[in-house]
Design a protein around this ligand. Sequence first.
Ligand code: MLT
Length: 392
Amino acid sequence: MSVKLTVYPDQCDAYGHLNQASYLSLFERARWELLARGPGMDVFERAGVWPAVRRATVDYHAGVWPGDVLEFTTELVSRGRTSFTLRQRAVRDRDARLAATLESVFVCIDADERPVALPDAVIAALAAEPRRIPLASGLTLGFDEAGQGDPPVVFLHGYPFDRTMWRDQLLTLERHRLIAVDLRGFGVSEQGDPRVSIEQYADDIAALLDVLAVPRAIVVGLSMGGYVALAFAERHPERLAGLALIDTRAEADSADARAGRSATIATIASEGTAGPNTAMAAKLFAEDTAAEVRERVRAMMARAEPAAMIAALGAMRDRPDRLGTLGALSGVPLLVMVGTEDRITPPLDSRKMAEAAPGAELVEVEGAGHLAPVERPATVNEALQAFLDRVV
Ligand code: MLT
């Protein structure tokens, strides 16, 4: 969930721009607003604790002027027994530029100012834990869920990421029921069989929809998640209400790419994931992608299990060409999106997909690399929102 606040002249300094001290009040207002819309402003009081700020670090990135609207997002980045850390971002609404970030460390104290354990109610209010559901096969999949509305939107992550890459979409597209899934082996989902196929990942999604009693969904897939989304479209067409393919391609791997996958599998098996992750991170981002975004993605990659990465590499290597699947999509709305600086699945791949599917809409996201939803969330969310409005 995000909060938008307008900047007024009385918050600005003699030079006309938002004063650095006023930022703290705006960040605080955004936090209260979140509590008001969620668990209630008195969530701490009800739990008998008070959150005292121990440290606040602000980074200023861009100027803000009277009349500007700032969009605030808040993320729980860590928690200890009595303390927790929140990271907030303020983004200029008019051009999606990051204006400032605030990282605050809070300690829960009681009426005598003694640190007390963080109550469960407060943890639940700050960070919804992922849901975990066993499929009919017995394998447990994890996912984050937000919002309400039918048909739901299912988000499928790329390699080697997890459901949390869709954080900005789940915070923003709140007029819909949003389900960001961890593919088997990634995030909190179980691996099951050490070998997997793209088709198996797709069937897992259909099985999850069965358990959730969801007949049809809009599927959004990034890169490997796009390969899975295409397999889902081919194998479960009656369940597809719309398809968004982001930073991905429909064609199979070339012989060189297949050999590269096998070599990476061997490297991970013998040396671990660090080398392949570093090599991939070097190609992931657009030139201007913020350092904190790169850091968040690197941390996500570092969390991926070697077994999940090996299984996924084998699945991607062995997947068939699905350009024909796009041509056969009849009556399913299709959005194709790509970062203009995507070096892993470049814009040419997306143009080919859009040409293959009659009526497809193609959006090229300026200033994004291979992870457009993470690097340029405002632009991607706007395009996704327009697409969802068209489909639903
Ligand atoms: C991904 O982001 O999922 C991967 O780059 C896909 C691939 O390696 O083909």
